[in-house]
Design a protein around this ligand. Structure first.
Ligand code: PMT
Length: 222
């Protein structure tokens, strides 16, 4: 029997998109389906971890044994991640978080007016950056969806957000990234790992990512 590598460890994963509400019928969001984040949560569960999954609005079911927290907006996701951050061993931010939200939420449906509409937007909290600043012993992993200069932008985020590792998601192909069943990523770590994981199912990519993460978490434990 295979030894469960994450027994006794706590893993926190964020998944899916956020939805930023404009009025009772309209919102701003993105194409994330939650598949990659759910695959990571399930892989961690399979490896014996105690898993908490914070997810934006998605159509996916959670396997039994994973603690799921549903949120809608970036602000709610930020609160849920901060509330559950203490005591985690590994934290992975797969969610595609909105960078801006409408300055005002309208209580009633906005009426059509003659001419154009201008919607004022403000920045959402940078969740990952906040976690990086709060980090004590957590191994913190970010994701970065990039279409070009993949490695340069990834490394830049790794440093700026004080991460232990970044998973750079190449979203230039239709078969990988948002919504697809497959993914293709690069894993780059502060300790110097630079691993390319070629196209495979999101489940397989999740398992491979934990293999890479575990190599580093075990070194830290020694
Ligand atoms: O859900 P799927 O359909 O399976 O698609 C998976 C995915 C493509 C969404 C996923 O693999 C992925 O790449 N997620 C990150 C997408 C993203 O929004 O990247 P980013 O470069 O905008 O953000 C970088 C990192 O900062 C991410 O870890 C993000 O969670 C985090 N972030 C961003 C903005 C913000 N306000 N707070 C954050 O914490």
């Amino acid at each position: 029997r295979e030894k469960k590598m994450l027994t006794g460890k706590k893993v926190l994963v964020s998944a899916g998109p956020t939805k930023e509400i404009i009025d009772p019928v309209r919102f701003l969001s993105n194409h994330s389906t939650g598949k990659m984040g759910f695959a990571l949560a399930e892989a961690a569960h399979q490896l014996g971890a105690e898993v908490t999954l914070v997810t934006g609005p998605v159509q996916l079911e959670t396997v039994e044994g994973i603690k799921r927290i549903d949120v809608v907006s970036a602000e709610e996701m930020n609160k849920a991640m901060l509330d559950h951050f203490a005591g985690q061993d590994i934290v992975i931010k797969t969610a595609a978080v909105a960078d801006y939200m409408p300055k005002k939420q309208y209580q009633h449906k906005l009426k059509k007016q003659p001419g154009d509409l201008q919607l004022e937007m403000v920045r959402t909290p940078d969740i990952l950056k906040g976690l990086g600043e709060k980090k004590t012993t957590q191994y913190l992993v970010g994701f970065a969806a990039e279409t070009r200069e993949i490695e340069r932008y990834g490394r830049e985020k790794l440093e700026r957000k004080q991460l232990d590792a970044i998973v750079i998601n190449d979203i230039s192909s239709m078969e990988t990234g948002f919504g697809s069943d497959d993914n293709a990523v690069h894993f780059i770590s502060k300790q110097g790992a630079n691993v390319t994981l070629p196209q495979a199912s999101k489940q397989r990519i999740a398992e491979q990512l934990f293999t890479e993460i575990l190599k580093e978490v075990e070194l830290n434990d020694r």
